[in-house]
Design a protein around this ligand. Structure first.
Ligand code: PLP
Ligand code: COI
Length: 342
């Protein structure tokens, strides 16, 4: 297959337009049949629900080229299920799971020359999303919706790839108790923009958000869940109702237990105990597992034992096993790998 002439190994995490995207419209209470289109622009009412009251939800997953040259996606069924949960929370219609998986597959297939080659370090990032498109002026859900899927080739989310990053404990909250932190709604990310710009201006790579109720427990970052490793090689990951149920984190928990024989505990994690861990990683589709070397809490530096030079050994094993499964080097659990027919 012909690949696009792209410097795959030097891609960063930014948008690059690809050939085709999928569009389906919800009108009069039903989804139309949907289609791939070339037009990457959207025309809508100035009063569309998404523009006035941020009625939009999204997903993120990746397509990979495997060692033996197949193109696959990773657990797209879980993205479909999470989009359903997000849509219901914002009073939006559900896009059926089988159609979601089909739309993702069609988009990858239509853009196959943008799927980075095996071993390049890059992947095709896929962004399914849905938004209220009809006019809304009183606060209420829209009547009509659009579901779209586009794709873009990407490199590492954090510059420097596997180099440990430094994050700060944010003074801002990302989510509210009983709010929308557990769904993938655009509004959660709008909430984090001022915090991330502030963190970047101060020289940090990311924010650690604390639980909005007591501000004593670790929640997540703007785009990834936390995973900690204890000094005796056990995995601990924060349990909270206001964080996104990361598909990567749930997969890593399985990999840790079933592939690596590690003990895993999901429990509240207090900021005060973070310095006791040996390793810290951020896990997500975009982040994969990005090692954290230092956490700064209002000037107090919490340095992870794994240091600032390289990923800690347990994080590295998790990373190698997960990416090995995604790239076809390691046998996957039943149903995790969805092959795209190109
Ligand atoms: N937490 C937040 C806030 C995110 O935006 C993401 C990214 O999707 C994640 C966690 C990781 O989730 P996943 O592993 O499903 O990509
Ligand atoms: C993802 O990992 O897919 C996300 O949506 C996170 C975002 C910060 C890019």
């Amino acid at each position: 297959m012909e690949h696009k002439d792209i410097d795959w190994s030097n891609l960063d995490f930014s948008y690059r337009k690809t050939n085709k995207r999928y569009v389906a419209n919800y009108k009069n209470g039903a989804w139309d049949e949907g289609a791939l289109v070339e037009d990457d622009t959207i025309t809508m009412s100035e009063c569309a629900g998404v523009l006035q009251y941020a009625q939009t939800v999204f997903e993120g997953l990746k397509a990979y080229t495997t060692e033996d040259g197949r193109i696959v996606t990773f657990r797209p069924d879980l993205n479909a299920e999470r989009l359903e949960a997000s849509a219901k929370r914002l009073e939006m219609p559900v896009f059926p799971k089988d159609r979601f998986i089909e739309a993702v597959s069609e988009v990858v297939s239509a853009n196959k020359e943008f799927v980075p080659p095996y071993g390049s370090g890059a992947t095709l990032y896929i962004r399914p999303y849905m938004f209220g498109i009809s006019p809304v002026i009183g606060v209420s859900p829209a009547e009509d919706y659009q579901f779209r899927v586009f794709s873009t080739p990407v490199g590492p989310y954090f510059k420097g790839g596997a180099k440990p990053i430094t994050i700060k404990v944010s003074d801002f909250d990302r989510a509210a108790p009983c709010g929308t932190g557990n769904i993938k709604a655009g509004l959660n990310y709008a909430m984090s923009l001022h915090a991330i710009v502030t963190a970047h201006n101060e020289g940090y790579d990311e924010n650690m958000y604390l639980d909005p109720g007591t501000r004593t427990k670790v929640e997540e970052t703007g785009g990834a869940n936390f995973l900690f490793v204890t000094k005796d090689n056990k995995i601990v990951t924060p349990k909270s109702d206001s964080i996104l149920p990361s598909i990567t984190r749930r997969s890593l928990v399985y990999v840790a237990k079933e592939y690596l024989g590690l003990e895993v505990t999901e429990r509240p994690v207090y900021l005060s105990e973070v310095g006791d861990f040996a390793e810290c990683g951020l896990c997500g589709t975009a982040a994969v597992i990005s090692p954290v070397g230092k956490i700064v809490d209002h000037g107090k530096e919490i340095c992870m034992a794994s240091g600032m030079e390289a990923m800690g050994p347990v994080t590295k094993k998790l990373y190698d096993t997960l990416t090995g499964i995604q790239m076809g080097r390691i046998d996957a659990p039943e149903g995790w790998i969805h092959e795209i027919e190109c």
